[in-house]
Design a protein around this ligand. Structure first.
Ligand code: NAD
Length: 477
C-alpha cells in the first residue's frame, strides 16, 4: 500500500518526537487506518523554534540563485514521485486520483515559480533631494515564519506556504492538517533531500490550538500565514497582535456565480458544475450561491442538473470516479443540516440531498432551488457538494446579492456582454473574479480574499512580498 511514513521534521531530522500522543489518519472513502501520526511535544516545538532561527540564518545568507537551485531540485524530486504523492493525497483526503495529480502539478509549478521569482526581490534607488545623499530601498526576508493549513488541498495549501516562505529566504515551521499529513510530509521530504538547510523547513503536528498558541507567542516567529476558516483566522490574528507579527489570512468564502441571460448557458453549466463538484465542493473558492437571470433560469437549472447527474461518486482511487467522499462524518452532518434548513425555509431539493452508501463519507451531488436569502446555506459556507440556485432581475439586483455577505473570496460570472463584464470587474466585492471561466488559481497570479475572507495574497509577486520587509537606507557620501 502506498502511503507516507508519518513523522515530524525538526532541525533537519525526521523524528517521532518526544510526545506519547499519537492519532490515527483515516481514509475517508473506506474508514481504514492509513497510519499513525505522532504529535510534537512542547519540548519538540521549542527545539523547532531554536532551529528555525539557525535555519533562517543559513537559508537567508545563501544567494537567491543558490536557493533557486535547491528549490528546482525539490521540484524535480517531486516530479519523479508525483504518482506516489498523488496516491497518498487521494487516500488521506478522498479526492479523485486525477485531481491529486493535477494538484501535484500545481505544487511543482508553485515551487519552480517561487524559486525563480526569489531572484527578483529588487529594491530600488530613490533620487535624493541632497546631491551627496544616496537613497536605497532593500527588500529582505521577514524572518522565521509559521503556518497552519486546512486539509482540503493537502498539497496546494502546504506548498503555498513553503514555496513563498523559502522563495523569499525565510525559514518556516508548518503545521499541516492532522487529517491529511502524508502529502505534506512527502513534499517536505523532497525539499529536505534537495538540500534545504536544517531548520529552514520544519513540519510539526499536534493539537492545532496548542501548537499555534505556542509558535505564535514565541518571539522567534515574525510571520504567520493561515489557511482555514474565518473563525479560526480571527482567533490567530488576535494572538499575532501580541508580538505584532505579520499575517496572511486565507479564510473562508461564499462565492456567488452570476449567469446572465446573454451567456452561453450550456457552456456555463458545464464549466461551473464541474467546478462545483470538484473536491466534493470542499474548496474555499467553490461556487456557492448560484444566481441566474430570470429569462434563462429554467434552462440553466436543467443544464446544471444534467451535469450534476453525470458526476460519478466513489473511491477516488477507482477509475472513472469524478467525486470522492467528504473528509469526515462531521461534514456529512453539516450537509444534512444545511439541506434540512433549506427545506424548512421553503427550498426544494431537485437533485440528491442524501448521504450515499454505508461506508466512508459519501454525499450525493445536490441541487436546491427556491432557497430564500435567509436560509443558512445562503449565508454560511457549505463546503460540500450542494448547489442552491436562485434568480436575479438585472445587473444591479445581481450585484447587490453577490456583494451581500461579509466574506469576499471568489466570484464568477457568465456573460457575453462587455459592459456587464466591465461593471462586474469594477464593482464586485471579492479578491478574485472569473468571467466565463473558473480558472482563478495559478502559481503566478495572486490568490486571496477581502473583508472576512482575510487579507494578503499567495501566488504571484504578492505571495513573495508577504514574506519580505522593507529597509530604507540613506547614506551621506
Ligand atoms: P478550520 O479553520 O477549523 O481548520 C483549518 C485548519 O486549521 C485545520 O487543519 C485545523 O487543524 C487547523 N486549525 C484549527 N484550529 C486551529 C487553531 N486554533 N490553531 C491553528 N490551526 C488550527 O477550518 P475547516 O472547516 O477545517 O477548513 C475549511 C475552511 O478553510 C473553510 O472555511 C475554507 O474556506 C477555508 N479555506 C480557505 C482557503 C483560502 O485560501 N482562502 C483555502 C482552503 C480552505
Amino acid at each position: 500500500m502506498t502511503y507516507e511514513t508519518l513523522e515530524l521534521l525538526i532541525d533537519g531530522e525526521w523524528t517521532e518526537g518526544t510526545s506519547d500522543i499519537r492519532e490515527d489518519v483515516i481514509n475517508p472513502a473506506t474508514g481504514e487506518v492509513l497510519g499513525v501520526l505522532p504529535h510534537a511535544s512542547t519540548a519538540d516545538l521549542d527545539r523547532a523554534l531554536a532551529a528555525a532561527e539557525r535555519g533562517f540564518k543559513a537559508w537567508s545568507s545563501q544567494s537567491a540563485y543558490a536557493r533557486q537551485q535547491v528549490m528546482e531540485k525539490a521540484a524535480q524530486i517531486m516530479e519523479a514521485r508525483k504518482a506516489a504523492i498523488a496516491e497518498t493525497c487521494t487516500k488521506e483526503m478522498g479526492k479523485p486520483l486525477n485531481e491529486s495529480l493535477i494538484e501535484m502539478d500545481f505544487v511543482i509549478g508553485q515551487t519552480r515559480w517561487c524559486g525563480e521569482e526569489g531572484k527578483r526581490a529588487y529594491g530600488r534607488m530613490i533620487p535624493p533631494r541632497i546631491a551627496a545623499h544616496r537613497q536605497l530601498v532593500l527588500r529582505e526576508p521577514v524572518g522565521p515564519s509559521c503556518a497552519f493549513v486546512a486539509w482540503n488541498f493537502p498539497g496546494t495549501n502546504v506548498i503555498r506556504k513553503i514555496a513563498h516562505a523559502l522563495g523569499a529566504g525565510c525559514s518556516l515551521i508548518i503545521k499541516p492538517s492532522e487529517e491529511t499529513p502524508g502529502t505534506a510530509i512527502a513534499i517536505a521530504r523532497a525539499f529536505h533531500e534537495a538540500g534545504v538547510p536544517a531548520g529552514a523547513l520544519q513540519v510539526v503536528f499536534g493539537v492545532p490550538a496548542e501548537v499555534s498558541k505556542h509558535l505564535i507567542a514565541s518571539p522567534v516567529t515574525r510571520k504567520l500565514s493561515f489557511t482555514g476558516s474565518t473563525a479560526v483566522g480571527k482567533l490567530l490574528q488576535k494572538m499575532a497582535a501580541e508580538t505584532l507579527m505579520r499575517t496572511t489570512m486565507e479564510l473562508g468564502g461564499h462565492a456567488p456565480v452570476m449567469v446572465f441571460d446573454d451567456a452561453d448557458i450550456g457552456a456555463a453549466a458545464k464549466a461551473i458544475a464541474g467546478f462545483k463538484f470538484r473536491n466534493a465542493g470542499q474548496v474555499c473558492i467553490s461556487p456557492t450561491r448560484f444566481l441566474v437571470q430570470n429569462k434563462v433560469y429554467g434552462d440553466f437549472v436543467d443544464a446544471f442538473i444534467a451535469e450534476a447527474k453525470a458526476v460519478n461518486v466513489g473511491n477516488g482511487m477507482d477509475e472513472g470516479v469524478t467525486m470522492g467522499p467528504l473528509i469526515a462524518e462531521r461534514r456529512v452532518d453539516a450537509m444534512d443540516g444545511f439541506i434540512a434548513d433549506a427545506k424548512s425555509s421553503g427550498g426544494s431539493v431537485v437533485l440528491g440531498g442524501e448521504r450515499m452508501g454505508n461506508q466512508g463519507h459519501f454525499f450525493e451531488p445536490t441541487v436546491l432551488t427556491d432557497v430564500p436569502k435567509s436560509a443558512r446555506i445562503m449565508n454560511e459556507e457549505p463546503f460540500g457538494p450542494v448547489a442552491p440556485i436562485g434568480r436575479f432581475d438585472d445587473l444591479n439586483d445581481g450585484l447587490e446579492e453577490a456583494n451581500r455577505l461579509e466574506v469576499g473570496l471568489a466570484a464568477y460570472a457568465f456573460t457575453t456582454d462587455g459592459n456587464t463584464a466591465d461593471q462586474l470587474t469594477n464593482h464586485i466585492n471579492a479578491g478574485m473574479l472569473g468571467i466565463n471561466t473558473p480558472m482563478i488559481s495559478l502559481p503566478e497570479t495572486p490568490f486571496g480574499g477581502v473583508d472576512e475572507s482575510g487579507f494578503g495574497s499567495e501566488g504571484g509577486i504578492e505571495g513573495l512580498e508577504a514574506y519580505q520587509r522593507t529597509r530604507f537606507v540613506v547614506e551621506k557620501r
